[in-house]
Design a protein. Sequence first.
Lengths: 687, 312
Amino acid sequence: MADLLIELFSEEIPARMQARAGEDLKKRMTDGLVEAGLTYAGAHALSTPRRLTLAIEGLLDHSPTVREERKGPKVGAPDKAIEGFLRGAGLSRDQLEERETPKGAVYFALIEKPGRPAAEIIAEVLEDTIRNFPWPKSMRWGAGSLRWVRPLHSVLCLLSTDDGSEVVPLDIDGIKAGDSTCGHRFMAPARVSVTGFDDYAAKLKRAFVVLDPTERQEAILQDATNQAFASGLEVVDDRGLLAEVAGLVEWPVVLMGSIDAEFLDLPPEVLQTSMKEHQKFFSVRNPKSGRIEKFITVANRETADNGATILAGNQKVLSARLADAKFFWENDLRIAKSEVGMEGWLQSLGNVTFHNKLGTQAARIDRIAALAREIAPVVGADAELAQQAAKVAKADLSSEMVYEFPELQGLMGRYYAEAAGLPQEVANACQQHYSPLGPGDDVPSEPVSVAVALADKIDTLTGFWAIDEKPTGSKDPYALRRAALGVIRLVLENDVRVSLRDVLSKGYDGADLENLLSFFHDRLKVFLRDQGVRHDVIDACIAMDGNDDLTLLVKRARALEDFMKSEDGENLLQGFKRANNILAQAEENDGVEYSYGADKKFIEDAAEAALFDALAAGEGAISSAIEAEDFAAAMGGMAALRAPLDAFFEAVQVNSDNQVVRRNRLNLLSQIRKVCGQVADFSRIEG
Amino acid sequence: MTETTAPRSFQEIILRLQTYWAAKGCAILQPYDMEVGAGTFHPGTTLRSLGSKAWAAAYVQPSRRPTDGRYGENPNRLQHYYQYQVLIKPSPPDLQALYLGSLQAIGIDMDLHDIRFVEDDWESPTLGAWGLGWEVWCDGMEVSQFTYFQQVGGHDCHPVSGELTYGLERLAMYVLGVDHVMDMPFNDPQSPSPLTYGDIFKQTEEEYARWNFDVANTDVLLRHFEEAEAECAAILAQEPLDPKTGKRIIMAHPAYDQCIKASHIFNLLDARGVISVTERQAYIGRVRALAKQCADAFVQTEAGGFNAESAA
């Protein structure tokens, strides 16, 4: 058994790529080794900004010898056939074995592939891995042709057994594998030789490199939390930033600094965004006031002055950034509070193209405002307010703050609308109308926000449908799937009852509404499937009238889903299918549709009579339950049909010789079809 | 680490960079004598990064970004500023170390500061160029761009050039501890006639900001753009063989001058606010087309690696 240590040492790897690259290195190496016959006990990958490291334990030191037997041509076959077989097997004629088989004497080739030493295989697999590494973006450097994420400087490749360690010989475009690496770029840049993973990790730690990204993250988080706590403050949680920052340092040193008092009145989101986006700082909050008062930066080194120079520099850069932010904030507020207010921003949106076929942002806002007014009554919002909210909801796109920090759109709108003294519902709509942005995002519930959110998304969808820019395959540049899912969630979670077809028809002119509606149905299927509703159950409900009332559609689907999970449901479906098949066949043969209803006087059998009575009793109840949208009750009514239907098929032969009786039975079955058809299209349900 | 004294002025920082890179073997070029948006536009970078011949050059390039004008009031935004540019082809294996040496040369003590290489891929849509690299941070401030050119003018770079771009004002303000660019000492503050950056550039920033934003004649500019574009094409349409001298003379540089001109005129039109969002892309595409044609022409010249004998 052997242990393998690999380190690929390069110039700084982008933080966002490190973790994935570590895993790719592990997968490609272990897959390649196993394929060549080298199994192993365990493997783990680590990464820092300058290195990808892979440690494999319990690796075979030789690949096993492989024996293969191949059956060849018959003895006495033409020479050509035998020569071809020999070429394929890589053997000579005297190495073949003759064996008797039921079909006569046949040549057999016994091919033995001797095992190979691990080092040889590792060198091949590693070279292949490096040359074909799946970086999201890679580059060349100098005069070479090798590609890596940034220039690759050295390869450490060490195979250790009980007898000691040996460098795996490898030369890839002049980079020779060795047994050494470098420490921290500034604190311990000298090369150090290592004998195995433990020695490597220990020596790197002494050379100011924490190899394990998780360990770096934990160290940063703990130190940051402690420093904040010591000042009675708390770090604003941001896992994404933590992972990124841990990918920018090999030796994390946490430093906490103050934000100049003149910036403390900026909205906390502005402070946070500015610090995070530009500086990769964590925000530190006062838990009592909720205000952000300090920042935490993570340096990549210790210094003789305990980071004083570094902190002072960072503080200065931050002040310059926040001075900009404050300038934007104050300018924007002044405009929002002025006579023109947010209306002024709307005018400049007349110069901003939304899409060259769909006009300017201003034109789009006008459409959304008109649509929001239409939708308002449906969602219980005041039409005036909804229209007003839609008008100003995107005005902040012209503000300087949103120009600088696009991710603050909506939120700044809320601040500015509040400053402008607009009604709170309007201000809230500015922020909420973009939601829901993703499956995890909350859905607005305030009526005005719901109206604007729906209008915004429907204008987008009908607009892009009208200019035929629908999503195709994996391409959805305008995030139309997300918009449709947003509409679905807004409708369902707010229990909105509306004909989607009607609403869509009030959107952008010229969209193929039926096509758009079926796009909605597709999105709805994906959405419900994620919640465990079967796709055929949804199909059975989409096939019904009123399928553009999504709330009704989903209510029906959920009731049907529950019903189909019950034994009654399962059996009734079988009965329905049987009835339907018999009917369909008879109707095709006879060229008529059996839909007159059965007549009691032609009934011969008791089971037939029982079904007749059950239908007579159930039909009305089921209809009125459907009418009342009480799908559970309708399903209950259906369940009551199951036993009589089963008994009917048990006892009765539909295709009686007596044509009158036969027709009457077919008409009885057609009543089953009709009753079931009120609930859902059962023919679409599988099983 | 060797100890370096702190520089005292903007110009001292420039002079130290010149001395440093000269000592590292770069040819110290002079600024290109045309209006450009960045040091990359200097033919010493754009054209010389193409072809197989080795190259090493460093220079200061005055750069103009009309939309960044703030009448000299913003502490660090200017419509005219200086970039320091280094281009070495092929990129040497120790380019990062060479770069860090240059920071030390201008007085940044590596033992006290936190230098980081943060992912930043560079792309110039107008030059049809891109590369991978970083922005270099010193204590959280971006002090340079560091790029390995992969493609320029639509041509793959073989070998690859390493490009370093220092934003001189910002870097110098940091090193000198100055908060407003106009307060920065340009020459030695102890000299008989000390001059600040503002003494030299405050007035010009005002003048140009007014002209860039409100006065520049857009009809004239639009016409100049068209003319530069046409002239570029006309130059490149000439036969390589010069009838007067009988020599093969492809006029890649004069054509590229027209490309630079078109690019700057586009920037001026942009500052005047007469280019709509949709037109913007079209203009950028037109300049890129010129840059590509110039690159195509340059690689047919001797400096671009064209070898008449092997081609014959």
